[in-house]
Write a protein that binds this ligand. Structure first.
Ligand code: ZN
Ligand code: ZN
Length: 463
């Protein structure tokens, strides 16, 4: 079949599907077949564009005849022939909601994405007559990435970060578990559910390896170690999290004081305190590593041994793991498919500088193929992602410099410019303040900015 025949086909026997929530407005998924696009809420055919986001392949609106409403907002999209390598994107209302790598296969296209649409489609089916999707509660999900490697996608209670990934890698009779998921009310059950889907139980875990000591990657370590009677390996600089676990009130007090000194208004501080005080810490309890995960230590699996690369910055304890023969990298939050920078502020003098050093370390790895990231789907082209992170970071630093072009300002005053006024909301502000403070420290160490002596709240200016 040639010409304008639909060219979307699945690779034999593989259920390649992608889905993504677009700003809480709708869900678009692309199963294969002829591609079906599951659309929640009020997205309409006219809202969709399908195309390649690369400049030479501008997105094009599909021929309306090629889009068909199936049921409950599930659209069937027929896309014309695609040859060569592309990233095929689906845009809803000008916003990119999904992009997947495409590979031409004998004149056909195979989807290269691993998620499944089942639960999203179910959410659509449960939508009301008004088209409001009543989201089914997300469940932990396990899926094979490669022979002997499974992704465990675990729900998170955070808006904007719906899941965290743990990875199970076969090691003899059992599995090494990289990261744990967060200790939410039913976090452990979700992990067990995801493991069960790929044929394992907690008792099969022979070793827990944490990429870093953040709640979503380390929170369930304690109960897993108890059930599996195995060891925990983690970087020695994990203590930054201990204060939050052992003394959540004191640690919240300190964060509020930093925010006050950074110019956050009293009302916003009150709201923040109300939402946090007495809340769940996300970590069952502090457990010390049995072995310190530092360069030279190797994690043995059936796939081969994994080497430790120190990549602090996102968190002081952050490491990536590299399997040299297969080229796989377990990247935690150091590299994500959708670039999102975060620096755990206040534990080390220059988390931004540390993060840049970590990017250089990943760059040196030589053979890399697939990145198993802590959030989102695995992705290829790790060097391009490193470069993307550098560019994002350079852009942020430029925005901070530009924001300090006039009168001295507080960290809080530059957050709006940093995250972009269109993205500004309370959750973004909390994230933005952390990274703004980290950038100010970084630029101060470079001698580019200085704190105005004796200012309270603290104000900064260019030198
Ligand atoms: Zn993290
Ligand atoms: Zn994370």
């Amino acid at each position: 079949m040639v010409g304008d025949q639909p060219a979307l086909e699945a690779e034999a026997g593989v259920d390649h599907v992608v889905d993504r929530t677009a700003g809480g407005e709708g869900v678009v998924g692309l199963p294969v077949g002829p591609a079906r696009v599951g659309v929640g809420i009020d997205l309409r055919v006219d809202d969709l564009q399908v195309g390649c986001p690369a400049a030479e392949h501008p997105p094009h609106r599909p021929d309306l005849g090629a889009v068909e409403v199936l049921e409950h907002g599930i659209l069937k999209v027929r896309v014309g022939r695609v040859t060569g390598r592309h990233r095929l994107s689906v845009l809803a209302r000008e916003r990119l909601v999904e992009a997947v790598d495409q590979r031409g296969v004998g004149g056909r296209v195979a989807w290269h994405a691993a998620d499944r649409i089942r639960d999203r489609a179910a959410a659509c089916e449960h939508g009301t007559a008004m088209g409001q999707p009543r989201r089914k509660r997300e469940l932990g999900r396990g899926e094979r990435v490669l022979p002997g490697v499974w992704r465990l996608r675990l729900p998170l209670p955070w808006p904007g970060v719906p899941h965290v990934n743990a990875f199970a890698v076969r090691a003899g009779e059992g599995i090494v578990l990289f990261d744990t998921g967060m200790a939410t009310e039913d976090g452990q059950r979700q992990l067990e559910l995801a493991l069960a889907q790929v044929g394992f139980r907690l008792e099969d875990v022979s070793l827990v390896v944490c990429t870093h000591a953040h709640t979503d990657h380390y929170g369930l370590a304690a109960p897993i170690l108890e059930r599996a009677e195995c060891e925990l390996w983690m970087h020695p600089a994990w203590e930054h999290i201990r204060g939050m676990i052992d003394d959540p009130d004191g640690s919240l007090d300190r964060r509020i004081e930093v925010a006050r000194q950074s110019g956050v208004p009293a009302k916003a501080l009150e709201r923040y305190e109300e939402s946090r005080r007495g809340g769940n810490t996300g970590i069952v309890r502090a457990v010390e590593p049995d072995r310190e995960l530092v360069p030279g230590v190797e994690v043995e699996t059936d796939l081969g041994s994994w080497q430790v690369i120190e990549t602090p910055g996102h968190a002081p304890s952050h490491v990536c793991l590299h399997q040299p023969e297969s080229g796989l990298v377990i990247s935690g939050d150091h590299l994500l498919g959708r670039i999102s920078l975060f620096f755990d502020y206040g534990h080390t003098p220059d988390p931004v500088g540390e993060f840049i050093g970590g990017l250089d370390e990943v760059d040196k790895l030589g053979h890399t193929t697939l990145c198993l990231a802590g959030h989102g789907r695995p992705f290829r082209d790790i060097p391009a992602k490193v470069e993307g992170n550098r560019a994002e970071l350079a852009g942020h630093l430029d925005r901070v410099r530009a924001a300090l072009g006039g009168e001295p300002r507080t960290a809080f005053e530059i957050v709006g410019e940093l995250v972009g006024p269109e993205n500004y909301n309370p959750a973004m502000a909390a994230w933005g303040l952390q990274i703004a403070l980290a950038y100010l420290d970084h630029l101060a160490l470079l001698g580019e900015v200085e704190e105005v002596e004796g200012s309270d709240p603290r104000r900064w200016r260019l030198t």
